[in-house]
Design a protein around this ligand. Structure first.
Ligand code: 5GP
Ligand code: MG
Ligand code: MG
Length: 202
């Protein structure tokens, strides 16, 4: 969508090529995703935000989940968890991921229904590794909701249980997603421009 048609922060105007998903559409889609999650929930959820990219999506999703009701008018209790996840780029083996939680915190997941909240699934390697790791702590169930799924030939085939939007193979920023820590505060999901890539390169 043409950026001329949207309110873009002045300081980022030249740094985005176009608007891929406007903020209003994101919020509308989140209502439905929250409804789907509530309908499927087997019990209280531990909603795990994967920092930092998913933080903005997480806040809006939790707000929608709080209001969501199942067809029989039940609401879903959930608790909050936050984790940083570091995957090892040059290692394709699964399970090779570092989670910023103590062993005691991870052990407390035993018997719980986990909902992992991620920003974007690209190759799928991070998620496969994270799921492999979490299963060692014997949760009752683990489901994943990702705001975005990228259509890329690099995909390992992993598809999250829920996602907001499928997006083409561009580098996207905004709504929590960063390029070297920039753009997270922009409300729309946008495609970065060449000017932006150069300006914020490290
Ligand atoms: P994967 O392991 O699925 O290849 O990578 C997932 C992570 O890479 C995401 O959680 C995100 O942090 C980062 N990533 C992948 N594609 C994009 C993108 O288009 N934009 C941004 N900002 N981050 C991305
Ligand atoms: Mg992420
Ligand atoms: Mg990032």
């Amino acid at each position: 969508l043409p950026k001329e048609a949207f309110v873009i922060p002045h300081h980022y105007y030249d740094d985005v090529e176009s608007v891929l998903i406007p903020h209003g559409l994101i919020l509308n889609r989140i209502e439905k995703v929250a409804q789907d999650i509530a309908n499927d929930a087997q019990g209280p959820l531990v909603a795990c935000c994967v920092l930092k990219g998913a933080s903005v999506f997480y806040a809006d999703l939790m707000n929608a989940l709080r209001k969501a009701q199942t067809p029989d008018r039940k609401s879903i209790p959930f608790s909050y968890e936050f984790m940083k996840v570091k995957s090892y780029e040059n290692d394709k083996s699964t399970g090779n991921v570092q989670i910023s939680l103590s062993e005691d915190e991870l052990k407390s997941y035993k018997g719980k229904h986990l909902l992992i909240v991620e920003d974007i699934v690209d190759t799928g390697r991070t998620m496969v590794a994270l799921l492999e790791r979490l299963k060692q702590y014997e949760p009752a169930s683990v489901k994943v909701v990702s705001m975005l799924v990228k259509r890329t030939p690099e995909s390992n085939g992993y598809v999250p249980d829920y996602f907001g939007f499928s997006v083409p193979d561009y580098f996207v920023v905004g709504y929590g997603l960063d390029y070297n820590e920039y753009f997270r505060e922009m409300e729309h999901i946008c495609i970065i421009s060449d000017v932006g890539k150069v300006k914020y390169a490290v």
